[in-house]
Design a protein around this ligand. Sequence first.
Ligand SMILES: Cc1cc2nc3c(=O)[nH]c(=O)nc-3n(C[C@H](O)[C@H](O)[C@H](O)COP(=O)(O)OP(=O)(O)OC[C@H]3O[C@@H](n4cnc5c(N)ncnc54)[C@H](O)[C@@H]3O)c2cc1C
Length: 377
Amino acid sequence: MKPRVVVLGGGFGGLELTSMLSDALGDDLDLTLIDRNAFFFFGFSKLDVMFDRKMPDEVRIPYRSIVKPGVTFRQETITAIDPEAKRVTTDSGTYDADILVVALGADYDPGATPGLVEGGNEFYSFAGSERLREVLPAFSQGHAIVGVTSTPFKCPPAPSEAALLLHDHLTGRGVRDACEISIVMPFGVPIPPSPETSQALMAAFAERGITFVPDRLVRALDPARSVAVLDDGSEMRYDLFLGVPKHRVPDVVEASGMTEDGWIPVDPTNLKTRFPGVYGIGDVTSVGTPKAGVFAEGAAQVVAQSLIAELAEGEQPAAYAGAGACYVEFGAGRVGRVDVDFFSGPSPTGSYTEASVELAAEKGHFGSSRRARWFGL
Ligand SMILES: Cc1cc2nc3c(=O)[nH]c(=O)nc-3n(C[C@H](O)[C@H](O)[C@H](O)COP(=O)(O)OP(=O)(O)OC[C@H]3O[C@@H](n4cnc5c(N)ncnc54)[C@H](O)[C@@H]3O)c2cc1C
């Protein structure tokens, strides 16, 4: 019988794993990939959508494009996971696995921040970024705050990118002089593992008159008074609030009993959970890297290589390195890159490549190469 691999979640992690296994094992595999959505989109597309750099339809990539040997895609909502039995229940059926990979990402809980739903906006979900297409053009004067409401949160550069792109957006509309922009971050600098990237971002904020508020979270909004309340009790007036909502595992993951302190613990060297034959990759885990697509992808590669070695008798891969490159939008068509390494040394390190139009093209290639590899488009 062919090995039954069931991959939960068709995000960065699930798609990379599926592609690698299919490429190596093809029809010798019985792989089911399950996602509740009909479309995949890159996290960074949300910035493109909210600032009207792309239309929502341009960034949606349909899962039905996946035609890969050995792979069946099911658009279903997962309603229960039994990690002991390696059995998954969805709104349409039940799947028994020999190998189960949980790659369900992080969900959002905007309601956890009082006032955020009633008096603010979040730009982390696709729906939130689509709503902002209506909100941003109506903002022409006053104070805009980009604020993080809790940790951990996906893609630590994203709030800085949002502030810089908001500057461009307001400048393009000729209203920047009537607006203030502040960014509230839970770190002392924008990208703690990379002092150089942080310096470049701080210089970009200074040049553009963006105020950086370090070491703070936004605990609540008081829409009646138009103030954001920070975690030290201080208040900031706002006219536009762009928030990073609280992150959490999907309900179905919490109900599975796989989590500890909110996330799935895994062995960082090989992404195994404490349940035999069950792996956890990407944002749904507490592996110790930031929640970003490149890390989910790197984790998927280690699991794929390990399964290929097991199933086709090859060599086991080296331990997961926790390293990856993130692109950082600086505005004006320029993109920087930070290469970070979380597991090689005693503490995380990062190096910076200065923002340029060439790196903007490289980021474009990052997206198109994955489109080709994962979807054959
Ligand atoms: C604004 C923004 C900008 C970003 N920019 C970058 C960037 O430049 N570079 C980068 O590397 N990362 C970036 N990210 C982060 C990146 O998008 C995520 O870290 C990445 O997608 C995580 O991959 P994953 O496979 O762990 O989970 P995801 O990609 O989130 O995939 C999880 C999948 O599980 C599915 N799912 C969840 N629950 C269920 C259920 N019950 N039933 C069925 N399916 C379910 C979801 O539909 C989803 O498709 C950004 C994120 C945001 C919000």
